[in-house]
Design a binder for this molecule. Sequence first.
Ligand code: UDP
Ligand code: MG
Length: 319
Amino acid sequence: MKTISILIPAYNEAPVLDQLMTRLGNLAQEVKNYDFEFLFVNDGSKDATLEIIKGFADIDPRVSYINLSRNFGKEIGMIAGLDHVTGDATVVIDADLQDPPELIPEMIKLWEEGYDDVYAKRRSREGETALKKFTSRMYYKTLQSVTRIPIQEDTGDFRLLDRRVVEALKEFRESQRNTKAMFSWVGFHKKEILYDRDPRAAGETKWNYIKLVELAIDGITSFTTAPLRIATYAGIIVSLLAFLYLIFLVIRTAILGTDLAGYPSMMAVILFLGGVQLLSLGIIGEYVGRIFNETKQRPLYLIEEYHNGKTPKKARRKN
Ligand code: UDP
Ligand code: MG
């Protein structure tokens, strides 16, 4: 029998876990010809998340868990999970039930048809402001225009991955992870299915606008170095214009003599160029910072405890 691993990164999700477990249990009942592994990654939760997961694991051998040594963020939580899943296919799903587990049977069906990466695409973005929809649209458009890798719009991390995609993703050991960019990068046979994203079942989102902006910058810098080139082009254009202006000034002075007016325009030019320079430095800094972080070669995460539900009880270390 093939095994499907369900990978669930969880950070302060105590209020929803019972509901999640019930729905996953129902799913496993419904999909008969497969074994299931429910791998929870507790990402340094400050509430009862870990205790609840341990409670599940005590009575259900399908439940495994990883307890990370602190909060590392969802991206790192996912790679920690991918490093430990045992299934022939892995479904990454949010703990908050925004990704309906009821979609998983369809994903499995498509996987059996030969697709390696079956991802769920949001049909609607209800409950989001027009501004958020617009900015997200523009963001995807811009990103797509600067990279050759096809980018999946309106998709999150909710997807089924074949073993070979998991193995491919495990090769990515960069510490500043943008998993979405990686899903796109690895390629393989992709298939989308549409769904309506539910509101969070309970608890609250860990995102805010600042984090979203950071995610957006991460997305760009992990996909492409185009901003560096844009800075170069801007530099070339501005210098060229400045040079033409210089020639014009020399000729004008030769014909008409000097005049000292023009302080405001001078100020404008200096300020504008100063701004462009600072922006370019900032862009370069983003990439240099990334190089700095990657060269440290730190481990991506530390595990405080790994419990594999399939290991027989007596083989387990007591603590
Ligand atoms: N998550 C995590 N570590 C974090 C933040 C979030 O593992 O530091 C998990 C969280 O428990 C949930 C998923 O990532 O399962 C998505 O988080 P959230 O629902 O807050 O994001 P949103 O759905 O609002 O984008
Ligand atoms: Mg959510």
